[in-house]
Design a protein around this ligand. Structure first.
Ligand SMILES: Cc1cc2nc3c(=O)[nH]c(=O)nc-3n(C[C@H](O)[C@H](O)[C@H](O)COP(=O)(O)O)c2cc1C
Length: 205
């Protein structure tokens, strides 16, 4: 059997193993995610912080156990993402409410908060040996229509979730991409002090 690919961060400074080991595989094993696991994942998202504790995050999910629901969610993904995501046992859409629940005023941090909730979910998933690959490649207008999502809510992204699989199930193109190294900009490119663009002095050259 082909081994599962590990792509731990080539980190310059120590970080938690959960952050180091997380990556976004396209290959999913034919193994279901249980309802108990899903409850823990959304519980992790639930306890994320948010501006005014507005909790403007919403998720729509479908599992392979419900083929009609699964096909409906799959139709919200671009063709290119469908080619690999169709094997994930769980598909999700992430949605933000763009106004505060309390008074209807614009919530300029709704997208920020949705992202944080998703990261909570992702870290929890990693701790449970589940993997997630998120997708900007979705059809948000189609999703808005078929799920009857009201105005004032925005469908931001999709995600595929499950246990990692072996890459032999992927197309040649995706097999090649799956083994590419994970790369990141250095801290000096994005941690500043005194002036935007001026690297903070504690970061060694
Ligand atoms: C908001 C968001 C949108 C993404 N969109 C796609 C996508 O449409 N298709 C895809 O294959 N990967 C997508 N990705 C995965 C990224 O390409 C991946 O996270 C990035 O290359 C870093 O790799 P890593 O997660 O393995 O560290 C997306 C990730 C995020 C967070």
């Amino acid at each position: 059997m082909t081994d599962l690919i590990r792509k731990p961060a080539d980190n310059d400074h120590p970080i938690h193993d959960l952050l180091r080991e997380r990556w976004s595989p396209r290959a999913f094993a034919d193994r279901p995610v249980t309802d108990e696991q899903l409850l823990s994942l959304f519980e992790a998202a639930r306890w994320s912080q948010s501006c005014f504790n507005d909790q403007p995050w919403f998720f729509i999910l479908a599992t392979q156990a419900q083929p009609d629901s699964y096909a409906k969610l799959l139709s919200c993904l671009t063709d290119s993402n469908q080619t690999w995501a169709k094997r994930a046992p769980v598909l999700m859409l992430m949605i933000a409410r763009l106004t505060f629940e309390a008074d209807g005023s614009p919530n300029h941090h709704a997208l920020y908060d949705l992202g944080q909730a998703m990261q909570n979910l992702t870290v929890q998933a990693t701790s449970m040996e589940l993997v997630i690959r998120q997708m900007a490649g979705i059809h948000p207008d189609h999703a808005q229509t078929i799920y009857q999502i009201p105005d004032g809510y925005r469908v931001l992204a999709g995600a595929a979730l499950g246990y990692q699989g072996t890459i032999d199930i992927l197309s040649e193109k995706h097999q090649q991409r799956e083994v590419l190294p994970r790369e990141r900009k250095p801290l000096s490119a994005f941690v500043f002090s005194d002036r935007f663009g001026e690297t903070a002095p504690f970061i060694a050259e």
